[in-house]
Design a protein. Structure first.
Length: 277
């Protein structure tokens, strides 16, 4: 790989081929020098089936990072545990708390499978956690500008009451290799602008590449961020030196709007895409 970081998308809302399945979910296989990392598992078994078709051996994964406690990112945890007997699994310490979504027929649970607990392979992370000298996760994102409005349908519980999710359980992955930095976000529930800012504050510079969903669209296409907000996000992203690869909860219409601002500095990812950074 010549020292690059290679990403293979195993699960996403769209697909590059009819032979590869898609779903509302995200799973990315990461190869870097001497290491194999899985970022999220999608909603169920689909990431495993696509991995087999793409020649990815999940049994060789060294580490699994779960971005946050929603089923579309960690619903395949049981499947992963069945096919991989050795990888440590890095989750935020609040990832297994109950999480919910408001739908037309009421409030639905969208959290992780608590029957998987306890498990000695789970590593619970706090505000930041160094996995090794080149890989870390962080969840401390304090700025609240351009906060996704699609979050208004997402809840957690305090006692018996449903309250707006504060997304304390959301963590972001940072990989540094050969002088380049890759930031990978799952859904960017805390706002992609805020997450990029937080990464810059941590590192003292912007990441070279940013990968992930921007949470500008709802899972069933019934919600979408206001066009002027999408434009403001695009203007901010364009002011940074980073290149962006977006997917999952950004939405194709919003992606096209961002692309009019960022041009070739932003690309969309689908199931089956492979990129080297």
């Amino acid at each position: 790989m010549n020292g690059s970081v290679k990403l293979t998308v195993l699960s996403e809302n769209t697909s590059v081929s009819e032979t590869l399945e898609s779903e509302h979910g995200l799973s990315i296989y990461i190869e870097m020098l001497g290491q194999h990392i899985l970022f999220d598992t999608g909603a169920g078994h689909l990431f495993k089936r696509n991995a087999e078709k793409l020649g990815v051996d999940l049994a060789t994964v060294d580490r699994l990072v779960i971005s946050h406690g929603h089923y579309d990112h960690g619903g395949g945890l049981r499947t992963f545990l069945e096919v991989n007997s050795r990888a440590k699994i890095y989750l935020h310490k609040q990832a297994f708390e109950p999480h919910f979504s408001r739908r037309t027929d009421g409030i639905a649970s969208i959290g992780l499978d608590n029957t998987l607990l306890p498990n000695e392979r789970f590593v619970y992370c706090g505000d930041d956690y160094a996995i090794d000298e080149n890989i870390e996760v962080f969840s401390r994102v304090e700025s609240k500008r351009l906060f996704p409005s699609c979050n208004t349908t997402l809840f957690m519980k305090r006692g018996d009451a449903f309250v707006p999710d504060d997304f304390a359980h959301e963590q972001n992955l940072v990989i540094q290799q050969n002088g380049k930095t890759v930031l990978i976000a799952g859904c960017a529930h805390k706002g992609i602008v805020n997450i990029v800012d937080a990464c810059k504050d941590r590192l003292g510079q912007y990441p070279d590449y940013v990968v992930g969903g921007f949470h500008l669209s709802g899972p069933r296409g019934n919600l979408s961020e206001a066009p002027d907000v999408v434009d403001a996000i695009g203007e901010y992203l364009a002011s940074t030196p980073s290149r962006y690869y977006t997917c999952h909860c950004t939405g194709m219409e919003n992606y096209q709007r961002l692309k009019r601002i960022l041009g070739e500095r932003i690309q969309s990812l689908s199931t089956g895409d492979q990129i080297s950074l």
